[in-house]
Write a protein that binds this ligand. Structure first.
Ligand code: ZN
Length: 48
């Protein structure tokens, strides 16, 4: 199944859908170009 993840950089927050097998892997955000770790709980810093 796919999971929703977010770029963790507060000024980006690009959303992606990735296969759950990608959880824990590092990827490069297509929007901001910075690396982040794929995590189902990742969300922009503004999230409560
Ligand atoms: Zn980003």
């Amino acid at each position: 199944m796919t999971v929703r993840v977010f770029c963790p950089h507060a000024d980006c927050g690009q959303r992606y859908r990735v296969d759950e097998t990608q959880l824990g892997a590092s990827t490069v955000c297509k929007r901001c170009g910075r690396e982040f770790t794929v995590s189902a709980s990742a969300a922009p810093a503004s999230a409560a």
